[in-house]
Design a protein around this ligand. Structure first.
Ligand SMILES: Nc1ncnc2c1ncn2[C@@H]1O[C@H](COP(=O)(O)OP(=O)(O)OP(=O)(O)O)[C@@H](O)[C@H]1O
Ligand SMILES: [Mg+2]
Length: 449
């Protein structure tokens, strides 16, 4: 039997039934304590932690209903199954309403008993898993998990925290990989709507023809292939938040429909004229410059102003390099089991100097990849993509303006050899050239004969 749900308290004044049940439940592998009246049952319940209570509703001293109330009041997690005689099902239903998990109608066989117990355990486990998942979800979108050491990012988070509390429409702008979705989620999970759904619409990933029905839903027969009614994402987000990701990609006609929902807070399903009221907080994100799109006529100006009540602008990573060391640390922890990885100084310098066109996502991928291919829990330069290293070598030569091309080349080669402890294969990789080319150049420059 499940170890988590092992201790059973059985309360029944019918002595022979009590004995039979004791025998059957013990046989299923549970540890059973018996009581023959409500008072003893209550005393036992207070003495020991039980996982499951199976109790008769008609007890000589206490009303079963009161017992259910009492047990549930003390322990939210305990499974309560009641036994009821045929003809008193109404009582059983009443008991379930006030907190019992299920009921058994007398007479019942051993298999029914087992089925009811197992079903109740499974349900409770699902509830617990659900709670745990939600806990993890909250952790994940806890502000503490958004690295913001640079003052630019600190400002972003302060603003995020403030708007989270309101119902204001938010537009998040930032290059690809800067953390727009992370901020959008943080807004929802730190808002008064956090217990309600967060529904994401990823504008570019949905084919244009399906977009309208995706957002607003449709009724059966609205178009060829609409075999059933469909609830749209706006309706699903009712009382919660709708996250419109990559809004810059939304087509003209949908921009008009979206504007209407934002203004009127109501919409119609595709193929239907019935108005549906909706209360959804809107958070939108884009890596495009919406103002420019407005100027060239690709994005409706009125919609832009509707969305742009509060704008959160996430700066690119290259403009907030103070975050890099902390992000590296964060991703090392996130992607390794016991955070045993060390980062070599050279690798660290390379990452600090890289321009990160793919922003935080690129940094995260770089770390994840390095962890996967590293063999000795050391993140060394060889584990980084070669494009990073090329940039660094170019940058590392500040006075190169006064040098000849040969001198620059020689410096780069020397520095690569120094970094790799004289290993030509690794040095060539660091320089982004094949090994035979490195050897050829070393010969030409007189580094080797
Ligand atoms: N400040 C941060 N702290 C910790 N992790 C971050 C931070 N910013 C981004 N990340 C992580 O980087 C990855 C990319 O972030 P996210 O998906 O939010 O970016 P995005 O701006 O929506 O990107 P895209 O434009 O590509 O959709 C995610 O795994 C996210 O958890
Ligand atoms: Mg995104």
């Amino acid at each position: 039997m499940d170890k988590e749900f092992n201790k059973v308290l059985l309360i029944d004044d019918d002595v022979s039934l009590n004995k039979v049940l004791f025998f059957q439940i013990s046989q299923m592998g549970f540890e059973v304590t018996t009581a023959f009246d409500g008072k003893t049952g209550t005393t036992e319940f207070k003495k020991k932690e039980f996982d499951i209570i199976i109790t008769d509703l008609q007890l000589p001293d206490l009303k079963g209903m009161e017992l259910v109330r009492l047990f549930r009041g003390i322990n939210k997690r305990v499974i309560i199954i009641i036994i009821t005689a045929f003809g008193t099902i109404d009582n059983a239903i009443e008991a379930v309403k006030i907190g019992a998990d299920d009921y058994l109608t007398k007479p019942f066989g051993k298999e029914t008993l087992r089925f009811v117990i197992e079903k109740a355990i499974r349900l409770r486990q699902l509830e617990q898993e659900n709670l745990q998942l939600r806990g993890e979800l909250f952790d994940k979108y806890d502000f503490n998990n958004i690295i913001s050491k640079s003052s630019a990012m600190e400002d972003v988070l302060k603003l995020t925290g403030r708007v989270a509390e309101s119902d204001a429409t938010v537009l998040i702008q930032g290059e690809s990989g800067t953390g727009k979705e992370l901020v959008a989620r943080a807004i929802h999970y730190n808002s008064p709507r956090k217990d309600k759904p967060l529904i994401t619409v990823n504008c570019p990933s949905i084919p244009e023809s399906l977009m309208e029905s995706e957002i607003f839903g449709h009724v059966k027969g609205a178009f060829t292939g609409a075999l059933k009614d469909r609830i749209g994402k706006f309706a699903l987000a009712n009382n919660g938040t709708i996250f419109l990701d990559e809004i810059g990609d939304l087509k003209e006609d949908l921009q008009a429909r979206l504007l209407r929902v934002l203004q009127e807070k109501e919409f119609e399903k595709v193929g239907d004229s019935k108005l549906i009221k909706v209360d959804a907080r809107v958070v939108a994100a884009t890596n495009k410059n919406l103002e420019e799109l407005v100027q060239v006529g690709k994005f409706r100006e009125d919609l832009f102003y509707r969305l742009n009540v509060v704008t959160i602008l996430i700066p690119p990573l290259r403009e907030r390099k103070d975050d890099i060391p902390f992000l590296i640390d964060h991703f090392l922890k996130k992607h390794s089991k016991n955070n045993q990885y060390q980062i070599a100084d050279e690798a660290f310098d390379i990452m600090l100097n890289h321009e990160w066109p793919g922003n935080v996502r690129e940094l995260e991928n770089t770390i994840e990849r390095a962890i996967v291919i590293s063999q000795d829990e050391q993140i060394t330069p060889e584990l980084l993509p070669s494009v990073h290293k090329k940039n660094t070598i170019e940058k590392a030569q500040p006075e190169e303006n006064n040098l000849t091309l040969d001198e620059i080349e020689q410096r780069a080669i020397n520095s690569a050899l120094k970094k790799t402890g004289g290993n030509q294969t690794k040095a060539a990789e660091l320089l982004g050239i094949p090994r035979h080319v490195l050897i050829y150049r070393m010969k030409k420059l007189g580094v080797i004969r």
